[in-house]
Structures are given as C-alpha cells and as structure tokens.
Design a protein around this ligand. Structure first.
Ligand SMILES: NC(=O)C1=CN([C@@H]2O[C@H](COP(=O)(O)OP(=O)(O)OC[C@H]3O[C@@H](n4cnc5c(N)ncnc54)[C@H](O)[C@@H]3O)[C@@H](O)[C@H]2O)C=CC1
Ligand SMILES: C[N+](C)(C)CC(=O)CC(=O)[O-]
Length: 484
C-alpha cells in the first residue's frame, strides 16, 4: 500500500511516524525549509516510544521519501493523509492539487480538527473519496481517529487506519469539530476563563486534571466513570443527584474570553514557569514514556487501549512469521535499540532473553500456537532457560535468530536459539524448555495432533548433531583454573 503525507508538522509528522513504524514507505511533501529535520526528530521520538510500548518485535520500518511537489508525492498513492494548517482555503487548494495528480482510486483523509467533510468537498472533482480522519496528538501513540463522511471511502480509510493500529470511530452525522474537539473545546474555554479571571494558574488547572479526573479518563471515559459515581444505583441516581446542577451557573461555556495580549502574556508566562525547563522534544518524550506506562498497565488488565496494543502485537507476530526457508529456522530479526544498551555501552543482559523470547513466540506461531489457539485456553510456558553471552552487540546492530528444535514429546519441546550478528558471529545462544499447558487448569497437557505434526515435521529437518553446549548448565569454577 502506497501512503502519501501532505504536511509534516506536529500532526503530519505523527502520521508519518505511525505509517513508517508500521512498515510502510511514506512519500511526503512539506515546503517548510526544516521539514526533514522536524519529521526526523518526531520519528526518532516515535521509534523510541514504540520500542518501549510493544513486547512484540516491531515490523521492519518503512522509509520516508521526500517529494518536491504534491503531484510527485501522490502520483501512485493509495491513501493520502492531508495535514496542512487549519485554513479552509488552503485545504481546498491542496485537495485540488492532490486530485489533479493522484490515482482516481486514492482515498484522501484530512486531519482537520474542525471542518466538516461537506466543507472540504466543496470544490472537489471526486468528493466521495474525501473523508475527515481526525487524529489526536501524538498520532503515533493514541489510536483513536474520528472518521467522518460515510460511504466506501470512509470504510476503506477505516481499514487502512486499523491496519496501522488505530481505532477508527465512524461518525455518521457531520458536525463542526467532530466529537473529541467539541468536548475538549468545552474544557479549554472554561480553563481560559479560570486563568483570565485569576482563579487559577495553568499549573493549578493541570494539577487538578493530572492528579484527578484525567487519570480516570484514560481508562473509562466520562459516562462509565459517572455511572460508578452514582453508587449502587448507577447512572439514574447520578443524573438525579447532579442533573439539577447543570442549570446552576457553574460554567461560562456560552462565552469565550477575549484572547487579548494581556491574557496571552499571562497564559504563556504561566506556561513557561510551569514547563519551560524542558524543550518541546523533551516534553514529548516525558509524555510518551508516561503514555507507554499507562498503555502497559491497561494491557495487563486487558482493558481499553491495552486491548488495542495487544491486537497490534498479535498482528506484528503474525506478520513476522512469514514462511521461512531452510533450516535452522530464521523466524526473527531485530535491531538493537538505543534503550537496550547499558552503562557498559553494549546490549544489556536481559535484552538477549527478550530477543530469544521473541524468537520463541515466532516459533510458536510458526507451529500454529498463535493468538487464536491461545484463546482456547492452551499455551506454552517456558520452564527452563540457559543463555550463553558470547559477544557484545552495539546499538543499531541487526540481529538474526536461528532456531533449532532439539527435541519434543507429547507435552514438551526443547528449543535452541543462536543470535547472529550481520557478520555471522554468534552473539549468544539460548536453550529453552517449554511446556504445553492448559492455562485455566495451570498444568501441562498433551499437545493436539496438529501441533505435534508441526513439531514432527521440523524435527525431521534437524539432522546435524546437537551443539556441544546443549544440555549443559553454568560450569562450576574449579580451583585449578584460578588465575594467580
Ligand atoms: N496540533 C494538533 O494538536 C492537531 C492538529 N490537527 C489538525 O492537523 C492539521 C495540521 O495541524 P498541525 O500539524 O498542528 O500544524 P503544523 O503547523 O504543525 O503543521 C502544518 C504543516 O503543513 C505544512 N504546509 C503548509 N503549507 C503546505 C502545503 N501547501 N503543502 C504541504 N504542506 C504544507 C507546514 O509547513 C507545516 O509543516 C490541521 O488541520 C489541524 O487542525 C489534528 C489533530 C490535532
Ligand atoms: C487543538 N486541536 C483542536 C488541534 C486539538 C485536536 O484537534 C486534537 C488533540 O490532539 O487534542
């Protein structure tokens, strides 16, 4: 699938990163003189975030290809994401340029925060192919995307966006600012009033959100949270108790404070005092690390965005295990991430096990022990591991894992992984015993014939002698070997 991005700013950069990290080449046009640097920095932060977020091996990244015009960028695109500044005249001009050069079948998704599809389509030649695909910042982490504008294009856009780990929410009736920004606008206006009126500083408002209800929203949203707040009688009681307050003059939502120089200075000054010690890129990394932690907690609870992360990991595993050729099996390749390197300047010890664990997961999928199989209450647990660390590996190095099946019976199988560097030297070997288990009962059970047949087929290929170190533990230190 060919992807084009028109505009590579805050949101365009996030889109580019999501597509590239999902394995797509993205052709980009952005006339900003520093667009390449900006997109490069966003992509670096996004890569770092994905490496922290996913346990599964990431797909091989796509490339960013820079085009010198919109026509060049979209010439053979299947999906085009428009993320130019929020001005309708500009969006009309860009859409006209896209339409003049893109294949007739290409879908155009607009990142617009506020414009309706009918507005974007006003001057279009093929209006049906234009939809709103409104994301939230950071696009490479937050999955939700509001898809507005019905028909086949919205369906196709949703499929494309789902394939890169997003959660499209289809909005049937177009309204200004869709749904997310309608909600955010309400709270944003109220916050501006509170600062304008000297009631609270930017920091105090943010503290009330981040130490309070903001934490709730990441996992349950508004209505489910308020249902609980109604106590055992739930939502009806909540509405009965707090409904009347809606008519009291709590809010100033109908009105907007005048964003004059004094208010802008006040907000910008307070924001500098609150957050000015960090650059924007640092703040992005802090935000991303916190989001990754929240995502992982929700994944452990199999809830909300955690389910999206899990589904994406399953897709990564499945994609990686394309039919291997030859034996030993080469089912997993990875690159040493910067964050994997320790104070000694090389890949730290537990990352070797991670690489081997990823290779084991790839092997499991290869024999048919995949997510669908696990959903039936059967899985494989590793019960013993012996790793030999043989060579240092540095950040950025590519690693390939060669896997052998050293033995199996009805309930067990014994794997041997060799992690190879690009020059063919062994960086590590690992031997692992796995049990086939009934996950509900928590005990080993025989494998079904399908898995056994797959193991038999692989075992038949394992014709060379086992490595000398196979079956050995960590050696004892003999006195005779002591260095004087
Ligand atoms: N910033 C945010 O939080 C969000 C923004 N959006 C929407 O995304 C769109 C882009 O907003 P941002 O990324 O924030 O703006 P931005 O100002 O960061 O980026 C806009 C980019 O478009 C480029 N550009 C300008 N004219 C162009 C042209 N003729 N062809 C190609 N590129 C061109 C600019 O050089 C710039 O890099 C807007 O429609 C906005 O409403 C959507 C969700 C969140
Ligand atoms: C400020 N904004 C209207 C551009 C914000 C958005 O559109 C969504 C977001 O990421 O908050």
């Amino acid at each position: 699938m060919k992807i084009a991005a028109i505009g590579g700013g805050v949101i365009g950069g996030g889109w580019i990163a999501r597509f590239v990290l999902s394995g797509h080449d993205v052709t980009v046009f952005d006339p900003h003189p520093e667009a390449e640097r900006i997109v490069g920095e966003v992509l670096a932060n996004a890569t770092r975030a994905w490496q922290g977020l996913f346990q599964a091996p990431l797909p091989r990244s796509g490339r960013v290809v820079w085009a010198s015009s919109i026509a060049e960028a979209v010439a053979d695109a299947d999906y085009i994401q428009e993320s130019v500044p929020e001005r309708l005249d500009l969006k009309h001009r860009i859409i006209a340029e896209i339409e003049a050069a893109a294949p007739a079948s290409a879908i155009i998704g607009s990142s617009t925060s506020g414009f309706k599809p009918s507005e974007l389509r006003e001057a279009a030649r093929h209006p049906d192919r234009i939809v709103v695909a409104h994301p939230f910042n950071p696009v490479y982490l937050l999955p939700v995307v509001e898809v507005v504008g019905g028909g086949a294009a919205a369906q196709r856009a949703s499929e494309v966006l789902t394939s890169v780990g997003m959660k499209p929410v289809r909005i049937a009736r177009e309204i200004d600012a869709h749904i997310g920004d309608r909600l955010l606008e309400a709270i944003w206006r109220e916050a501006l009033w509170l600062v304008n009126d000297g009631i609270a500083t930017t920091e105090e408002i943010d503290d009330i959100i981040r130490f309070g209800f903001g934490l709730r929203w990441a996992q349950m949203g508004l209505f489910e949270t308020y249902r609980i707040a109604g106590g055992e009688a739930g939502m009806r009681h909540f509405l009965g108790q707090f409904g009347p307050a809606l008519k009291w003059p709590w809010t100033k939502l109908m009105d907007v404070p005048d964003l004059d120089d004094a208010l802008i200075d006040r907000i910008a000054g307070q924001s500098d005092a609150q957050s000015g010690a960090h650059s924007i890129r640092e703040l992005e990394r802090i935000r991303d690390d916190n989001l990754v932690g929240i995502f992982q907690a929700l994944k452990a609870n199999d809830w909300g965005v955690g389910q999206t992360v899990r589904a994406q990991e399953d897709a990564f595993y499945a994609r990686e295990v394309a039919a291997p050729s030859g034996y030993p099996l080469e089912l997993h390749q990875t690159r040493v991430a910067g964050g994997w390197v320790d104070y000694n300047g090389h890949m730290t010890e537990f990352r070797y096990l991670q690489v081997m664990g990823d290779a084991t997961d790839a092997f499991l999928i290869h024999i048919g022990l995949d997510a669908a199989y696990r959903a039936q209450g059967r899985s494989a647990y590793t019960v013993e591991t012996h790793i030999r660390h043989l060579a240092e590996v540095k950040a950025g190095e590519r690693l390939t894992v060669r896997t052998r099946l050293l033995g199996h019976d009805q309930k067990r199988f014994r794997l041997h992984h060799a992690i190879l560097r690009d020059d063919g030297t062994e960086a590590a070997t690992g031997e692992h015993m796995l049990l086939h288990v009934d996950t509900d009962a928590g005990r080993a059970v025989p494998m079904p014939s399908l898995l056994l047949a797959a193991l038999d087929r692989i075992a038949a290929q394992d014709s060379t002698p086992h490595p000398e170190h196979a079956g050995q533990g960590v050696r004892a230190i003999r006195q005779s070997e002591a260095i004087a």
